[in-house]
Design a protein around this ligand. Structure first.
Ligand code: PEP
Ligand code: MN
Length: 353
C-alpha cells in the first residue's frame, strides 16, 4: 500500500501516522519525493481496506494498492519517481540514476597483480570512468579455472583506489566474506550466478554499502526484482540492477544475449538505477562498442565495461576485454551518444586535438 500525503502535510502528522501503522503490525517507510511525501506500507496488507487508511488523517490524499509482488523495488513505492544511488568514492560522491550522467564502471575481470590493476585504474579514470571493477573472488564454471586471488586482491584494489580515487566495485560470493570486502569496496557486486542466493542477498542487505545486483542468466525480470526486494527488505535501499546478458540459443557468435529492452521495461516497473554490461552480455570485445552505444541510447544509467592491459594474457574473460586504448576510443564515441540524449558529464566530452 502507498499512502500519498497532501502537499504541505506537517511532519508531525506524517510521523504520527507512521506510529499508527506500526501499531497495526506494518512497516511504514517514509519517502520524501520532489513534490510529495509518500508512506509505503510493507507487511500483510491484503485485507486492509483503503477507506480505513484514509480515515486516519485528513492529510492523506490517496491510498494506492501495489499489486506487484515486489513492493520497495516497485516504481509505485516512490510514487513514480526514480531513485538514485549515491556512492561515496575517494573522488567524492557519484550519483547513479535516471537524472544523472551515465556512470561508467571499467576494469579487468580479475585483479591479477598490483601493476595491472593500478595501471588500468589510472587509464580508465583518465578516459572518464567513475568506478574501477575487478574480481578478487571469481565465480568460475570450472573448479580448475583461475578462482581469483581472494583476500590479497582486496589489498590491490585498495591500492588502485588510493592511486586513482575511483570507487571500487567487486564481487562477493560468500556470506562470510561480506564484511571484509565491504571494507575495501564502495559497491558490492552480487554476480549473475548468485542472484537467487537468498542468504547472500539478506547479508548484503544488512550492511550499508550499495549493492550491484546482476541479473541471473536465466532469470525473469520479476525474479530479478524480487531478488532486489530481498536486499531492500533486509534494510539496504541502495541497489543498482545490472543486465549482463541472458542465455539464449546462440553460444557461438555471442556468449549471452544482452537484453537492452530491460531498460524501458525496468523504467516502468522500478525506481532503481540501471546498469548494462555489454562485456559479459556479448562475450566479444568487438561487439562491446555497438552494444554500449545502444545501451546509452536506450537510456541506461550506467555501463560496465571490462578493460585489461593485455587481453590475450588475461586470466579470465580476455576475449571480451577492451585494451585501455580501445576503451579511450569508446569513451569518445559514447560521449557523442551521451550528449545527444543529455546524459553525459560535460567534462567528459572528448578533448579537441
Ligand atoms: C563479472 O562481472 O566478472 C562476472 C563474473 O559477471 P557475471 O556475474 O555477470 O557473470
Ligand atoms: Mn568477467
Amino acid at each position: 500500500m502507498i499512502v500519498v500525503m497532501r502537499v504541505g502535510s506537517p511532519e508531525a502528522e506524517v510521523s504520527r501516522l507512521c506510529e499508527e501503522f506500526k501499531g497495526w503490525g506494518l512497516t511504514p517507510e517514509k519517502i520524501v519525493g520532489k513534490h510529495k511525501v509518500v508512506v509505503g506500507l510493507v507487511g500483510d496488507t491484503a485485507d486492509l481496506e483503503e477507506a480505513l487508511i484514509r480515515e486516519q488523517s485528513p492529510w492523506i490524499e490517496t491510498v494506492l494498492r501495489v499489486e506487484r509482488p515486489y513492493k520497495r523495488a516497485s516504481r509505485e513505492f516512490r510514487h513514480g519517481e526514480a531513485s538514485e544511488v549515491v556512492v561515496s568514492t575517494p573522488n567524492g560522491p557519484v550519483p547513479v540514476g535516471e537524472h544523472h550522467p551515465v556512470a561508467v564502471v571499467a576494469g579487468p575481470c580479475s585483479v591479477e597483480n598490483e601493476e595491472m590493476i593500478v595501471e588500468t585504474a589510472q587509464r580508465v579514470k583518465a578516459a572518464g570512468a567513475k568506478f574501477l571493477r575487478g574480481g578478487a573472488y571469481k565465480p568460475r564454471t570450472s573448479p580448475y579455472s583461475f578462482q581469483g586471488h581472494g583476500e590479497s586482491a582486496l589489498a590491490l584494489l585498495d591500492a588502485a583506489r588510493q592511486a586513482s580515487g575511483l570507487g571500487i566495485i567487486t564481487e562477493v560470493m560468500d556470506t562470510a566474506d561480506v564484511a571484509k570486502i565491504a571494507e575495501v569496496a564502495d559497491v558490492l557486486q552480487v554476480g549473475a550466478r548468485n542472484m537467487q542466493n537468498f542468504a547472500l542477498l539478506k547479508k548484503v542487505g544488512a550492511q550499508d554499502k550499495p549493492v550491484l545486483l546482476k541479473r541471473g542468466m536465466s532469470c525473469t525480470i520479476d525474479e530479478w526484482l524480487m531478488a532486489a526486494e530481498y536486499i531492500m527488505a533486509a534494510g539496504n535501499p541502495n541497489v543498482i540492477l545490472c543486465e549482463r546478458g541472458i542465455r539464449t540459443f546462440d553460444r557461438k557468435h555471442t556468449r549471452n544475449t544482452l537484453d537492452v529492452s530491460v531498460v524501458p521495461v525496468l523504467r516502468s516497473l522500478t525506481h532503481l538505477p540501471i546498469m548494462l554490461d555489454p562485456s559479459h552480455g556479448t562475450g566479444f570485445w568487438e561487439l562491446v562498442p555497438s552494444m554500449a552505444k545502444a545501451a546509452i541510447a536506450a537510456g541506461t544509467d550506467s555501463l560496465m565495461i571490462e578493460v585489461h592491459p593485455n587481453p590475450a594474457k588475461a586470466l579470465s574473460d580476455g576475449p571480451q576485454s577492451l585494451t585501455p586504448d580501445r576503451f579511450d576510443t569508446l569513451m569518445k564515441e559514447l560521449a557523442v551518444i551521451g550528449n545527444a540524449v543529455g546524459r553525459w558529464e560535460s567534462s567528459r566530452e572528448p578533448a579537441l586535438v
